[in-house]
Design a protein around this ligand. Structure first.
Ligand code: ADP
Ligand code: ZN
Length: 762
């Protein structure tokens, strides 16, 4: 008999597919089934990706220990998608598969749900209750005779409670009503009660549903209708297509998505909608839940492992036909996807910043291609890449130019901070126009949103005598001051703490310089904490809240805060870009941007695009209700094109200018890029290894190698880092060169991070 071999992905980074033999007596597992396999001295759970081949006979092929599933645990099309991810992003197939699994997917059995034990009356039990219920005509002896077994009052009570619940009651609920498990056990022994195990799904967004009042079906605006007329035939064609919906903020894209989703699910196919991490998910999910009820599942990283696990299995069982989730939901085991929506496609949270470094939008497009589905990318500020694809005719372009009900766009004003500093000194955080506008909103009982894309109190602490700054000992980046809510001004007072935003190292703020012992430590720059202190000082009566990664660590706290804003319990909300995402607060009529320049100083070719996106999006938060909105943007470089064109909210002009810059400088989308970071214990070691590896990857056609050079963060979490870029028109050429280099230098594999289509150059 010939060997029956399977190819298995195991969740070990950097390992390729492994071949195992299926021993006689075991059925051949399907692609997508989990198997237990030996690896070295370990035993691991892996996923079968297909039939195996014994191309290398020098290795003894080992046997599969156990086959866990007789069907595909991971659907075959999702397995294929992860194989594409592994190849495109140069990640191990196991690492790619792990991204597609529910939490503990490789350890849990397919049926490992939270189960609860339900007690229910048997036929004999029902009869016994019937006799207990009509005591009038019966003497006590007769009653005892008819139901001789039921002794205690507890047992009788239990039977009576159960009689009122034809579907049975969880044993936990009975315990709460004073019926202990032992009583139920005795009734079971008497044959009066039976148990069954029910599996329950923890509902991760029950509260979000209750928070959203039923959304009335609205008549579409003419633009929405035209967009729908353009998009629906594409969905009905059941062929792969990508459409880019470029709709200004407030143009009603969500309603459009819901109409499309409704049509597609009615045609018997599934709908997958990706939303950015994480703030937005509950809002959008609640809208969809209100419209589609329990046929919606949600997948995002803010859920507990148990919740995610339950949702994953609901999808896999086919209980739902609409899935809404963040990045990893692109791998949801949804059958027959007919429509895949990527909302806010420009959002950087779609890119995973650890292996596999995939982009959720691009994987979504691939999934659409495999499934023959329509992929809809939506944004008010599409990426240059996507818009270029649309102008080149590769994507269908759908444009929504006006806000629903012809609500006006926010009026945007730029404040030149150089003038403010000349008038008020370098301390100024809130300019005069911004303060006046906030005052007016407070008096009118309206809300303001204040954005600064930088956390903390100060960006750095510097010694005025020797100019030493305080850096993280593990990462080459300055430490940020935190923890001084009420201290305006600049002096670095004792008691605060210094923190690293990369590795979370922290220490107290020193009062004297560590280098020269001079007592002149000064804070420079400022973050959201400082803005909060200034706002509280300027408007003591205002109800102020702050949202950034420091305040929303706890699961659910961001959602709770946004709900408070929606209930208008907050007058001024201060935050980082978390608050710039598509929230819809009708009572917010003012948006203030403390510094538009935060991103512009960065050595990243996407700096202008990021700035334009952020400013346009945040201005789009103002005036979404009946009242007109206003945005005030503070900047030291008000003439920069990204700021100027965000002010006039002219996407097309920005795109034309930016794409020209990318073309002349040969940046994406003109070329593709790959970033390779090489780590070492010393900087010399990292550079030497990077040089060796870059040399091994040189020589192919269609790309050039730039570097190696010190990475912008030369030290991160204690490791030294060097990097090089590959840039060219042939992604395939670059991929093959890297694969070849890896096969030549396998010892370097564990010291490399390869980032295909990197989003950040830092
Ligand atoms: P976008 O996502 O394009 O920024 P939203 O989908 O959040 O815009 O819609 C903006 C606002 O307009 C929301 O409050 C939404 O409920 C409302 N809206 C959407 N479509 C309609 C419509 N056809 N009629 C009335 N209001 C609508
Ligand atoms: Zn650090």
């Amino acid at each position: 008999m010939t060997d029956r071999l399977v190819s298995v992905a195991v969740p070990v980074p950097a390992l390729g597919l492994l071949t195992y033999r299926v021993p006689a007596g075991h059925a051949m597992p399907m692609a997508g089934a989990r198997v237990i396999v030996p690896l070295g001295k370990r035993t691991l759970t892996g996923v079968v990706v297909g039939e195996g081949t014994a191309f290398d006979t020098s290795f003894a092929i080992r046997d599969v220990r156990e086959v866990l599933d007789d069907t595909a645990f991971v659907p075959a099309d999702v397995v294929a998608l992860t194989e594409w991810v592994a190849e495109y992003y140069l990640a191990g197939p196991g690492a790619a598969l792990a991204a597609a699994l529910p939490p503990h997917g490789l350890t849990a059995r397919a049926d490992s749900f939270k189960t609860i034990r339900i007690a229910q009356l048997t036929a004999a039990g029902i009869e016994a209750v019937g006799r207990m219920d009509k005591p009038e005509g019966l003497s006590p002896q007769e009653r005892a005779g008819l139901s001789p077994q039921v002794k205690g009052a507890r047992q009788q009570e239990a039977l009576q409670i159960l009689a009122g619940a034809p579907d049975g009651l969880p044993s936990g609920a009975l315990a709460e009503r004073g019926i202990p498990a032992a009583t139920l056990g005795r009734l079971k022994a008497l044959g009066l009660v039976a148990f069954r195990d029910d599996r329950v799904d923890r509902d991760p967004f029950g509260h979000a549903v209750s928070a959203s009042a039923a959304v009335p079906m609205r008549a579409l605006t003419a633009e929405q209708q035209a967009a729908l007329d353009q998009l629906l035939p594409l969905a009905e064609a059941r062929a792969f297509r990508v459409a880019l919906v470029h709709g200004v903020t407030g143009s009603g894209k969500t309603e459009l998505y819901m109409r499309m989703a409704e049509a597609v699910r009615r045609s018997g196919r599934g709908v997958l909608m990706l939303v950015p991490e994480i703030a937005l998910t509950p809002q959008v999910a609640a809208l969809f839940r209100a419209r589609f009820g329990t046929s919606v599942a949600i997948q995002h990283s803010g859920l507990s492992d148990g919740e995610r696990h339950d949702q994953w299995h609901r999808i896999r069982r086919g209980d739902v036909d609409v899935v809404i989730g963040t990045r990893s939901a692109v791998f949801a085991p949804l059958a027959r996807p007919g429509l895949i929506i990527v909302d806010e496609e420009h959002d950087t949270s779609y890119k995973q910043d650890e292996t596999p470094r995939y982009h959720g939008r691009d994987v979504a497009i691939m999934r659409g291609k495999f499934a023959g589905a329509l992929v809809v990318l939506g944004s008010a500020t599409p990426t240059i890449e996507s818009y270029a694809n649309a102008t080149a005719g590769r994507y269908v372009l759908v444009t929504l130019e006006r806000r629903v009900l012809d609500r006006p766009m926010a009026q945007v004003q730029v404040v030149n901070m150089r003038d403010e500093i000349a008038d008020e000194g370098t301390e100024v955080v809130l300019s005069k126009p911004l303060r006046a506008a906030m005052r007016a909103r407070l008096d009118a009982g309206e809300q303001s949103l204040i954005l600064l894309n930088r956390r903390g109190l100060a960006t750095a602490v510097i010694c005025r005598q020797c100019t030493a700054t305080l850096e993280c000992p593990n990462c080459s980046i300055s430490l940020t001051v935190h923890g001084h809510r009420s201290l305006p001004g600049r002096r670095a007072a004792p008691g605060g703490s210094l923190r690293c935003h990369y590795c979370n190292f922290s220490k107290p703020v020193p009062t004297v310089c560590e280098a020269c012992a001079a007592p002149y430590m000064e804070r420079v720059g400022f973050g959201t904490e400082r803005v909060e202190a200034e706002v509280r000082a300027a408007f003591p009566e205002a109800r102020v809240a702050r949202v950034d990664r420091d305040t929303v660590r706890r699961k659910g706290s961001l959602v709770a805060m946004l709900e408070r804003v929606a209930r208008r319990e907050i007058d001024v909300l201060i935050g980082t870009q978390m608050i710039a995402k598509g929230h819809d607060f009708p009572a917010c009529t003012l948006v203030g941007v403390i510094s538009a320049d935060v991103g512009l100083g960065l050595a990243d070719f996407r700096a202008a695009e990021r700035t334009f996106q952020l400013l346009t999006q945040v201005a789009g938060r103002a005036g979404r209700g009946e009242r007109k909105g206003q945005a005030i943007i503070q900047s030291l470089v008000p003439d920069h094109y990204s700021i100027r064109l965000a002010t006039s909210q002219d996407y097309r002009a920005f795109y034309d200018k930016e794409v020209e810059f990318r073309r002349t400088m040969r940046y994406p989308p003109q070329v593709a890029m790959v970033n390779v970071i090489v780590r070492g214990r010393t900087f010399g070691e990292a550079m030497a290894a990077a040089r060796e590896f870059a040399d091994a990857a040189r020589g192919g056609k269609g790309y050039v190698i730039l570097g190696p050079a010190p990475a912008p963060l030369t030290k991160l979490r204690g490791e030294h880092r060097a990097q090089f870029f590959m840039k060219g028109t042939s992604r395939k050429g670059m991929r093959e060169a890297l694969q070849l280099a890896l096969s030549r230098k396998p010892e370097l594999a564990r010291r490399l991070s390869v980032d295909v289509d990197p989003l950040s150059m830092l």
